[in-house]
Structure formats: C-alpha cells, structure tokens
Design a protein around this ligand. Structure first.
Ligand code: F0G
Length: 353
C-alpha cells in the first residue's frame, strides 16, 4: 500500500477540510507485532503497537501532524509546547516541514539525549527551565493565551484527534478490539485518545471495546494516589509528570472501559525494558515499557484472565534514550586483543556453552 500519511488516510474520521494543509511525514500505519515469548511467559496473547516506528520515533507524530496542520490552517506561524522530550521533537519536526517556528520549553537535565538531539537538528527554539514538566506546561498555557503562538500540547484538542487513529489501526490489524489495551500514562492524553478512538470505531464498525489498563511510574503516580505529585521522579523521564492535564479524561477511560490505572516501580520498568528487547527484539524507551511492566505485574496478581488478547502500546523508540540502556549494563563488554585466534577462541567458548 502506498501510505498517504495520517491526515489523508483518515480524513473522514478527522476534523479536516479542503483548507487543511496536506502536511505529512508519513506518520501512522505502525506495526502491530505478536510477542510469542512474552505471551507464553504470561499466559496471554500479547501484541505490541510499535509507535517508535513513527517518523520522529514516538506516537506524538499522530497528534502533532494534526495540531500543526490546523495551526497553519488557522493562520498561525509559530507553535509552542512544554515537553519531557518527545512532544518537542515531534513539534520541531512538523514545524520544520511546514516552515514555521517551534518554541519548546523543557525541564533542564531531564530530557533523554536523543530527544534533545532531535529538537536541535529540527531547528527548534529551545528553552530549558529549572523546573519540571508540570511547571513548563503551566508557563506555556499562560504564554499561549497572551500571544499569537499556538499551543500544541495535548490540551490542544487536535492532538487527541490525531492520536485516536492508533486505536483504529489496532482494530484493523487484529480484526477486532483487544480484550485489554495496556498503555503508559504521563500527561494522560494518549490513554484518553485511545479510548475516544475505540469508542468511535466501535460505533461505526462494531469492533468491540477493550478494557483500558493504564500504568503510571510509581514516583509520578498522581492518578493512582489521587493527588498532585509536586516532585515527580522516575527513570522513565517521558512520564515524569505529577499533575496530568487530561486527568479527568483518563479516569473516564478507566471507568467507562471497566479498566484500571496502576503504578509500576522503576525496577519493574527497567526489568520490562530489558525483557522486551532481549525476548522480542523490540527496543522501546523506558517510559513505553511501563505498559509491559504493568502487564507482568497484573498477570502475577491474577487480574488478567489467561488467554486474553492484549495489546501493549510501545510509545517511543529505545534509541531516544541510549544512556538509560547503557546504565542497565552490569557487565562490561569483553575486551580482547586485535587477534583472530583470541576472538575465535572466545566465540567458540560461547557457542559451545
Ligand atoms: N510514552 C512516551 C514515550 C511519552 O513521551 C509520553 C509523553 C508518554 C508515554 C505518556 O503519554 O502524556 O499522553 O500520557 N510524553 C510527553 C512529552 C509528556 O512531552 O513528550 P501521555
């Protein structure tokens, strides 16, 4: 199939018109991959929706293509966002393609290296603050009210419109909605977008509705604890958020779907991060792996029925955060002389084990 990009492909389901610019980096249409090894381990039928295959390496591209196209349609020439890294990379890329300015506000020292590299290369105006994502979001919400710059965080409704298309794809790829959708929760936009997408598709095509299982990082588990976390902390910097903007929508997704929102520890995230790469060949960033960590936890608790059809959303590419991967290494690589026999002897000892 010659994939036309998200806006064109899903135009009948999106708030677009002939006036909406044909902006695309060919986002969407990401693989749904069966995970036989983890399925066997957990006693379920598990698939991963590999959103790291999007053009800037995360699911944000689905929402950002819509938000930037609509900003241009409405006459804007600049966009602004707060970000833990992926939103800013995506905003910067689509602004570059559209020829407009992107201003990004990020928490100093808490954005993974690959994401920062992307923002630099796409030519965004980068502002670092000595605060966290929640502080940055508060600032850009105020700024966008007082100026003509368009806010492209997920409080912009076009973001959720674009992101809901991932739920359509899951239904088309499986032929039906899964029993359970497992998804990381940070600012809570994506969980809200998936639920909107599943409901809309079900209404049109009777695809069924999954239970939505959201997972926050334990050090940033505002929804689970039902309180704002002033100083959120987690190795999964993508979801280091203490006051999610779409809190109410996430609760609605949980309750309407008969699902749950739980938290996972950094240890559980790190374990899932390694397991997914080493057992299934998918390198997803730590924040993404909250979905896998959560499924392992819930299967152990017995809350997921054996044989359930489960889709885990893998929100971002592992290459965005190489440092956290390297930090997991507890043995150093074997260092050998530049000598064929020495290397051969080592390889033979490995294969004969
Ligand atoms: N996974 C990744 C890789 C993310 O980058 C984010 C959010 C989430 C999950 C959570 O999604 O916020 O819709 O609940 N990243 C935002 C950012 C906050 O700025 O890139 P959410």
């Amino acid at each position: 199939m010659n994939w036309a990009g998200l806006i064109k492909h899903y135009s009948e389901y999106l708030p677009v018109s002939e006036k909406t610019p044909e902006l695309t980096l060919k986002e969407g249409n990401t693989p749904l991959v069966h995970f036989p090894n983890l399925s066997e381990q957990l006693g379920i039928e598990l698939y991963g929706k590999v959103e790291g295959a999007n053009p800037t390496g995360s699911f944000k591209d689905r929402g950002m293509v819509m938000a930037v196209a609509k900003a241009i349609e409405e006459g804007s020439n600049s966009v602004i966002c707060a970000s833990t890294g992926n939103t800013s990379a995506s905003a910067a890329a689509y602004a570059a393609k559209a020829g407009i300015c992107a201003i990004i506000v990020i928490p100093k020292g808490k954005v993974a290296m690959g994401k920062l590299a992307q923002a630099i290369m796409y030519g965004a105006e980068i502002v670092e603050i000595d605060g966290n994502f929640d502080d940055a979001l508060k600032m850009v919400r105020e700024l966008s009210k007082k100026t003509d710059v368009t806010l492209v965080n997920s409080v912009n409704p076009y973001r959720l419109e674009g992101q809901k298309t991932a739920a359509f794809e899951v239904c088309d790829q499986l032929g039906i909605a899964p029993d359970i959708l497992a998804i990381p929760v940070g600012n809570a936009g994506n969980i809200s977008a998936y639920w909107k997408g599943f409901k809309e598709y079900h209404e049109l095509k009777q695809t069924g509705l999954p239970k939505i299982f959201g997972f926050e990082a334990e050090g940033a588990a505002a929804i689970v604890k039902n309180q704002v976390i002033e100083q959120p902390e987690t190795i999964a910097t993508a979801i280091r958020i203490g006051n999610p903007a779409s809190w109410e929508l996430a609760i609605a997704a949980r309750d309407e779907s008969n699902g749950a929102i739980n938290s996972v520890t950094d240890k559980e995230i790190a374990n899932a991060f390694k397991l997914l790469a080493s057992k299934e060949g998918i390198f997803a960033e730590p924040g993404s792996c909250a979905s896998i960590a959560g499924l392992i936890q819930q299967c152990e608790k017995g809350t997921i029925e054996k044989g359930s059809k489960v889709v885990a959303v893998l929100t971002g590419n592992g290459l965005k955060d190489p440092q956290t991967a390297i930090d997991q290494l507890d043995v150093n690589p074997v260092s050998l002389p530049n000598d064929e026999k020495a290397v051969m002897d080592y390889v033979e000892s490995m294969v004969s084990q």
